[in-house]
Design a protein around this ligand. Structure first.
Ligand code: FE2
Ligand code: FE2
Length: 184
């Protein structure tokens, strides 16, 4: 499998997770109740898979390659993608802080949780679309032949370094688990 397929597969998993998160936001809004277990699992997935495994892999390996080819990290397409990663981290923090306040008895904090979830899903979907349609086709052109071997080796080293030897794919099951929990 060429390495960009790893990133595309991660996108499909994140996309499925975003669909589940949208259903979760709808349920919380309807019942004015938070399922703490599912929300904690969702936060774990956002932090460890979407952010640590995926966004940081792009930031450590893919984005610097684009910068070397003249794209600015401050504006234009790359600047927007970096900004969206930061926005997603901020929404995840908003959801986590809202959950703590809600558990402490602040009932209005439920609105911060709902808004954080809705914004996380909206920006997340737009982000995946941009990368699928603009960034990844560029990456495919840049990395071919020997470039693919280097990219795969960079990905492997990244997982060793960031994940302490454990693998990002262990979170794939968590996405399925969350997806099934929110269907019921
Ligand atoms: Fe990204
Ligand atoms: Fe991505």
């Amino acid at each position: 499998m060429i390495p960009i397929k790893t990133l595309e597969k991660e996108h499909r998993i994140i996309d499925k997770f975003l669909d589940a998160l949208e259903r979760l936001a709808g349920r919380i809004r309807l019942y004015r109740q938070v399922d703490i277990t599912i929300l904690m699992k969702s936060l774990e997935f956002m932090k460890h898979f979407t952010d640590r495994c995926h966004y940081q892999k792009e930031e450590d390996i893919i984005f610097p390659e684009m910068q070397e080819r003249g794209l600015s990290p401050n504006y234009g397409p790359l600047g927007v993608l970096i900004h969206e990663h930061e926005a997603e981290r901020a929404y995840a923090r908003q959801i986590e802080e809202g959950l703590k306040r809600w558990q402490d008895g602040e009932s209005e904090a439920i609105n911060d949780i709902i808004n954080g979830l809705v914004n996380y899903v909206t920006v997340g979907r737009e982000h995946l679309q941009k990368e699928n349609n603009i960034l990844y086709p560029m990456v495919k052109k840049i990395f071919s032949g020997k470039g693919n071997k280097k990219l795969q080796s960079d990905f492997n080293q990244f997982e060793q370094r960031k994940m302490g030897g454990s693998l990002c794919c262990k979170y794939h099951n968590l996405a399925d688990d969350i997806d099934k929990s929110i269907l019921n």
